[in-house]
Design a protein around this ligand. Structure first.
Ligand code: ADP
Ligand code: DAR
Length: 342
């Protein structure tokens, strides 16, 4: 493997931190599950407009390739090699109100966490057989859920196009992986081994074998953030009785993309802010103050529509789940106050 040639205008953290010295140190290394530097950086080499540009292939990647991944993690999360992640998913610690009880601004709230099974490679390094074993183990654990979490698992294979497209449009189901995930090897054998679990009301859903092996999702119309978080915490606790998730004392929950490490949580609202939407400088001043990210309404790399924005926590590592949700709720409150003032 030769040192990759990045264009001068490349701004990914991969180009910034893959120095020739780091490259020489790592280029011949391989994890016990066979993952190499070439695989780790392929997405960012093929997509020079990446923000990050790397995807891990197993838990060991974060230790073996630390000379490249630690500086990336430090810059993206503000988290150094001596820092330790702390997790707190206890809803009793949240203590927040509903930022929009009249439902005048917030259309819906969604909180998701990524999880991967301990002792398995991560998605970019899963074999076809391993992916089917993960799907079998996870869907069995999901079928044991009771009460409001009870539901059914729907493999993507055999799902008719109309159902799939409607669930994507209704914000429940994932799209096929974009070019970044494609280059990382996350779309291999698509759609085999992928699927979605959901309860009757679609307030609890689990994506199986998308970017991570599980995306555990709680969502509902309105801004009762505490209710959404309480359902998610209950579901994760139930699943942990049957599945062992990849977790590191240093980095928290292990995910294929380093941006999701730690809590692996994205807590978001879809919120209509027509006035603030006309003053993006003021909008971004508030989202920056609360470390919030603005996405479009159909997820990453999409646009907002009808002055509706997806607002979520930016930080995932070095902050607890309770702190991340509270920070998002406080930011949403500030956005609503400013919209009212305008
Ligand atoms: P993720 O958050 O799972 O990493 P995306 O940002 O791609 O992935 O969003 C996945 C789907 O979830 C998209 O269809 C998006 O519209 C939907 N979504 C995200 N936040 C909300 C929300 N607060 N209410 C309704 N749908 C949401
Ligand atoms: N395109 C990749 C994605 C980084 C964060 N988003 C994820 N993991 N879905 C990039 O390097 O920009």
């Amino acid at each position: 493997m030769n040192y990759p040639q990045f264009p001068k205008n490349c701004t990914s953290l991969l180009c910034k931190y893959l120095t020739p010295e780091v490259f020489d140190e790592l280029k011949d290394k391989k994890t016990r599950y066979g993952y190499t530097l070439e695989q780790l950086i392929r997405s960012g080499v093929e997509n020079v407009d990446s923000g990050i540009g790397v995807y891990a292939g197993d838990e060991e990647s974060y230790e073996l390739f630390a000379p490249l991944l630690d500086p990336i993690i430090r810059e993206y999360h503000g988290f150094g090699p001596d820092d330790r992640h702390v997790s707190d998913m206890d809803p009793a610690h949240l203590q927040i109100g509903n930022p929009d009880p009249e439902g005048a601004y917030v259309l819906s709230t969604r909180i998701r966490v990524g999880r991967n099974l301990h002792c398995f490679p991560l998605g970019p390094n899963l074999s076809r057989r391993e992916r089917l074993v993960v799907e079998c183990m996870v869907s069995d654990a999901l079928r044991a859920l009771e009460g409001e979490l009870a539901g059914s698992y729907h493999p993507l294979e055999g799902m008719d196009k109309e159902t799939r497209e409607r669930m994507i449009k209704d914000h429940f189901l994932f799209k096929e992986g974009d070019r970044f995930l494609e280059a990382a090897g996350l779309n291999r054998d698509w759609p085999e081994g992928r699927g979605i679990y959901h309860n009757t009301d679609k307030t609890f859903l689990v994506w199986v074998n998308e970017e991570d092996q599980l995306r555990i999702i709680s969502m509902e119309p309105g801004a009762d953030i505490a209710s959404v978080f309480g359902r998610l915490a209950k579901a994760v606790k139930s699943l942990e009785k049957r599945l062992v998730f990849a977790f590191s004392e240093r980095l928290g929950y292990i995910t294929s993309c380093p941006t999701n490490l730690g809590t692996a949580m994205r807590a978001s609202v879809h919120i209509r802010l027509p006035k603030l939407g006309k003053d993006m400088e003021k909008f971004k001043t508030i989202t920056d103050r609360y470390e919030l990210q603005i996405r479009g309404i159909h997820g990453e790399h999409s646009e907002s529509e009808g002055s509706v924005y997806d607002i979520s926590n930016k930080r995932r590592l070095g902050i607890t789940e309770v702190q991340a949700v509270r920070q998002m709720a406080e930011g949403v409150e500030a956005l609503i106050e400013e919209e009212k003032r305008l």
